[in-house]
Design a protein around this ligand. Structure first.
Ligand SMILES: Cc1cc2nc3c(=O)[nH]c(=O)nc-3n(C[C@H](O)[C@H](O)[C@H](O)COP(=O)(O)OP(=O)(O)OC[C@H]3O[C@@H](n4cnc5c(N)ncnc54)[C@H](O)[C@@H]3O)c2cc1C
Length: 397
């Protein structure tokens, strides 16, 4: 997906998405963001806000302006009574762990890597694994947002409640999030364990495995009989340093949960009602064996707790997420489109930051608050300043 203007070359983490925006502007202050938003609104070009550009879906490419929020970083405040912490939106997830530990706190959960920004993580419903653990969006308790008209609004479940619900997962299309308050918990240590197990056995035991520990996931590589399983659980044992390899760590949560993902790839991920997870994996496996035997990248299986976030793929249902991957040098389209049909046949909803091919009608069928979300968005940004071409295609009503 390419959007060619005449400015500097921009690309996302995988390099598969590129653009030539008018400019990429590093912003660290409200004034800088406000002047960019007002200039774009009055000048008629698009502004997209970027965290660390880890998304595979073309949320960011534009011939307008990309606001790079990495300078908008740092812990703003903690509240020990409410057990919340407020970060500037550009703060990377890996920069949250140590400052929170200094206050005796930890994030509720994290995903596979910790390189993304908090603003980017909440805008797409980024999640880790754990049947009782929701996405970053579901942990948000308050947001401070700079709107296209230049005003700053603070919202939570009581104040500007509808805006809050819409902006907890915003696709970067409601305003520029300045600060995010997240529910946190007491600091905690985790121990991980990794083992091989035949895929059939893992699927037979999936409920037992996912409920036995705080975090469970597995990877399965095409052509293999066995899956690589990982469970991570709370421990009172002291941290073991040096950390050791993935699969053997015992340390603070923020030292055990994230991993390295160094090989550039693309990814499609669908959230499936938990009860259909195993059957869906069987079909994806058959698809790989029958039609795409040369795909060498794994599928990943995780769990997410239900939530009530308007556009959350885990909205109101116990969820498993199934991710498929492909190398950036190969064309993933045929594989992903075939897999998407299978995911959809199980009621799957796509990850907002990963590849999918759904249109507005299909998405609106998944989310009863879809039109409400667009109404709020359109009211706050009537000029469509925050919409790139791909988001305009999803515009409703
Ligand atoms: C290697 C890799 C591993 C990943 N692992 C996981 C995982 O374990 N779990 C998971 O769920 N996802 C995962 N993802 C997906 C990733 O977490 C999401 O795509 C996430 O949105 C990326 O965050 P970012 O900071 O890079 O945001 P970007 O990709 O830069 O932006 C994503 C969205 O956030 C918006 N945005 C960013 N900052 C702001 C702001 N301040 N105000 C308003 N809008 C904003 C953007 O406009 C855009 O719509 C992974 C991706 C990669 C490449």
């Amino acid at each position: 997906m390419t959007d060619h203007g005449k400015g500097p070359a921009w690309s996302n983490w995988s390099g598969k998405l590129s653009a030539r925006p008018k400019s990429v502007v590093q912003v660290g202050s409200v004034e800088a963001i406000r002047s960019e938003l007002l200039a774009a609104r009055d000048g008629g070009w698009t502004v997209r806000t970027s965290g660390t550009a880890h998304s595979h879906y073309p949320l960011l490419p534009t011939s307008g302006v990309i606001l790079d929020t990495r300078p908008l970083a740092g812990l703003v405040a903690v509240d020990n009574d409410a057990m919340t912490a407020t970060f500037r939106a550009g703060t990377k997830i890996h920069a949250c762990g140590r400052p929170l530990l200094d206050h005796g706190m930890g994030l509720l959960n994290q995903g596979d890597i910790d390189q993304q920004s908090i603003g980017g993580a909440i805008a797409t419903g980024t999640h880790g694994t754990g049947v009782e653990l929701g996405s970053f969006s579901s942990a948000v308790t308050q947001l401070s947002i700079l709107l296209v008209d230049g005003s700053v609004v603070t919202c939570d479940q009581e104040t500007e409640a509808d805006l809050f619900e819409a902006a907890r997962l915003s696709l970067g299309a409601i305003g520029v999030v300045l600060e995010v308050t997240l529910r946190v918990r007491e600091a905690y240590r985790l121990e991980e364990r990794q083992w091989f197990e035949p895929l059939e056995s893992v699927m037979d035991r999936i409920e037992e495995l996912t409920s036995a520990t705080r975090h469970f996931e597995y990877f399965w590589w095409p052509g293999q009989d066995r899956a690589v399983c990982k469970s991570i659980d709370l421990t009172d044992e002291p941290c073991r340093y040096p950390l050791g390899d993935e699969g053997q760590r015992l340390a603070w949560s923020f030292e055990v949960l994230p991993n390295q993902r160094v090989n550039p790839h693309t990814e499609m991920e669908y959230s499936i009602p938990a009860e259909h997870g195993p059957a869906c994996v069987v079909e994806i496996r058959e698809l790989l064996e029958r039609k795409f035997p040369d795909v060498a990248w794994p599928i990943e299986y995780r769990t997410v707790a239900p939530d009530d976030v308007w556009l959350s793929p885990a909205r109101k249902r116990p969820t498993v997420t199934i991710s498929i991957h492909e190398d950036v040098v190969r064309d993933e389209t045929a594989y992903y489109q075939s897999a998407e049909k299978i995911f959809r046949s199980y009621g799957g909803r796509p990850h907002w930051g990963k590849v999918h091919y759904l249109n507005a009608d299909e998405l609106s069928g998944e989310y009863e608050r879809w039109v409400d979300w667009w109404n709020i968005r359109n009211e706050l940004d009537p000029t469509g300043t925050l919409l790139n071409e791909d988001l305009k295609k999803l515009r409703s009503p």
